[in-house]
Design a protein around this ligand. Structure first.
Ligand code: HEC
Ligand code: HEC
Length: 328
C-alpha cells in the first residue's frame, strides 16, 4: 500500500478521534498519551512514611530555620503586638481613604453577616434565630477600649468562639478591616456639634431614631403580654441553653470555659471585677442575661452579648433550669 500524504492525514485524524472521544462509557482510565509528571510515586497528606524514624511523611520545618519568604519577624505587622507582647494601639499603615474603603470591602465580605453593617452585632446570621453565639456589638465600652492589635488578632487568630480568618484575609487587608471597624465605631458616636458640619438633616435622623426606639418598646410590650401564657419549666430552660448556644461559653459540670460554669451558680455568692459581691438570685440571673455588661464576674472578660431578645417566659425557664444545677 502506498502511503501518500492524504492517507497519513486520514490515519492521524482517526487515531486522534479515537483517543479523545470514544463515544461510550468506559470503566478504564482515559488514554493519557502525554505523561508529563502526572503519575509518580509520592506520599499523600497524613500517609505513613517508613523512611523517617517517626513514620510521618508530613515533616515539620527544621528547628531554627525559616522557609524562604516566610519570615514574620515584624510582630507589629504580623501579630499586632510590640516587643513586649502587648497589643499595639496603632495601625501600621497610612490611613488613606482607599485603605479605609478596602477595609469596608473586606468587612462586608467577611464580617458583616455576623457583626452587622454598622457593627451593632445584628448581622443577618444573628437575627435569624439559628442559635449562633451572638456577635458582640462593636459599640460597647469593651470594644472601644480594645487596642487595634487585639482586633487584628481577633481576625488573625480568632477570639474565643469566633474562628480565625487568617487563611482567607491577607495581612494588609486585616489591618484595613481594623481601620474600618474604628471608622464604624466613630460613625455611631459623632457628637451633636460635630454633626452640624455635615450635610444631613439632624432632626430627621433623631426622628427616625425615636421611631425605632418606640417600635422596640412596642415589641417588648407585645412580648411581655404574650409571655403570660408561655410555658415556664426547667426542661424548656435546658433546651434554650442549647438552642441559644449558651453552652459554648458556660459548662454545666463545673469546668471553666469562656464564662463561669452554671453548676452551683444559683444562690451562690458572686464576686465582681470591682470587688463587690452579690447573691445570685433570680434578679441577678435575669440581669446577667439581658444586660451582661452591668456586672462583670471577677477573673472573666466582658465577653457576653445581651440576650434581650429572649422572652420573659424563656428567661424564667432558664432560671428554673439553673436552679436544678444548684443545691443552694
Ligand atoms: C460567623 C460569625 C462571625 C464572623 C463572620 C465574624 N465574627 Fe467576630 N465574633 C463573632 C462572635 C460569635 C464573637 C464573640 C465570640 C465569643 O465571645 O466567644 C465575635 C467576636 C469578635 C470580636 C471581639 C469583640 C469583643 O467586644 O469582645 C472582634 C474584635 C471581632 N469579632 C471582629 C471580627 C471581624 C473583624 C470579622 C471579619 C474579619 C469578624 N469578627 C467575623 C462572630 C463572627
Ligand atoms: C460568648 C460567650 C458567652 C455566651 C454565648 C453566653 N455567655 Fe453568659 N457569660 C459569659 C461570660 C464571659 C460571663 C462572665 C462575665 C460577665 O459577668 O459578663 C458570663 C456571665 C453569665 C452569667 C453570670 C454568671 C456568674 O457566674 O455570675 C449568667 C447567669 C449567664 N452568663 C447566662 C448566660 C445565658 C443564659 C446564656 C445563653 C442565653 C449565655 N450566658 C451565653 C459568656 C457567655
Amino acid at each position: 500500500m502506498k502511503l501518500n500524504t492524504a492517507r497519513i492525514c486520514a490515519l492521524l485524524l482517526i487515531s486522534i478521534m479515537m483517543m479523545s472521544c470514544r463515544g461510550q462509557k468506559s470503566e478504564k482510565p482515559p488514554v493519557h498519551p502525554q505523561q508529563n509528571m502526572d503519575f509518580q510515586d509520592r506520599f499523600n497528606a497524613q500517609e505513613a512514611n517508613p523512611f523517617f524514624a517517626d513514620g510521618r511523611s508530613m515533616r515539620t520545618p527544621v528547628e531554627g530555620t525559616v522557609a524562604r519568604g516566610q519570615l514574620r519577624a515584624n510582630t507589629v505587622l504580623y501579630e499586632g503586638v510590640d516587643e513586649n507582647g502587648d497589643y499595639i494601639n496603632e495601625i501600621p499603615f497610612d490611613l488613606t481613604e482607599s485603605f479605609l474603603y478596602r477595609g469596608k470591602d473586606k468587612f462586608e465580605v467577611y464580617c458583616q453577616m455576623c457583626h452587622g453593617g454598622t457593627g451593632d452585632g445584628q448581622g443577618i446570621i444573628m437575627t435569624g434565630g439559628y442559635g449562633y453565639v451572638p456577635a458582640p456589638s462593636f459599640h460597647r465600652e469593651a470594644s472601644y477600649n480594645m487596642p487595634d492589635g487585639e482586633i487584628y488578632s481577633a481576625i488573625a487568630n480568632g477570639i474565643r468562639n469566633m474562628p480565625a480568618y487568617a487563611s482567607q484575609i491577607k495581612v494588609e487587608d486585616r489591618w484595613a478591616i481594623v481601620a474600618y471597624v474604628r471608622a464604624l465605631q466613630r460613625s455611631q458616636n459623632v457628637p451633636e456639634e460635630e454633626m452640624q458640619q455635615y450635610d444631613v438633616d439632624l432632626a430627621e435622623l433623631q426622628q427616625e431614631d425615636e421611631e425605632r426606639r418606640e417600635r422596640e418598646d412596642e415589641l417588648a410590650e407585645e412580648r411581655a403580654a404574650a409571655s403570660g401564657e408561655e410555658e415556664v419549666s426547667a426542661e424548656r430552660g435546658e433546651k434554650l441553653i442549647t438552642a441559644n448556644a449558651c453552652n459554648s461559653c458556660h459548662s454545666v459540670d463545673g469546668s471553666r470555659m469562656v464564662g463561669p460554669t452554671f453548676a452551683g451558680l444559683y444562690g451562690s455568692e458572686r464576686t465582681f471585677e470591682d470587688g463587690s459581691t452579690i447573691e445570685a438570685d433570680e434578679d441577678y440571673i435575669r440581669e446577667s442575661i439581658v444586660e451582661p455588661d452591668a456586672k462583670i464576674v471577677e477573673s472573666y472578660d466582658n465577653a457576653m452579648a445581651s440576650y434581650s431578645y429572649l422572652s420573659d417566659g424563656e428567661i424564667q425557664s432558664i432560671i428554673e433550669y439553673l436552679k436544678t444545677l444548684s443545691d443552694n
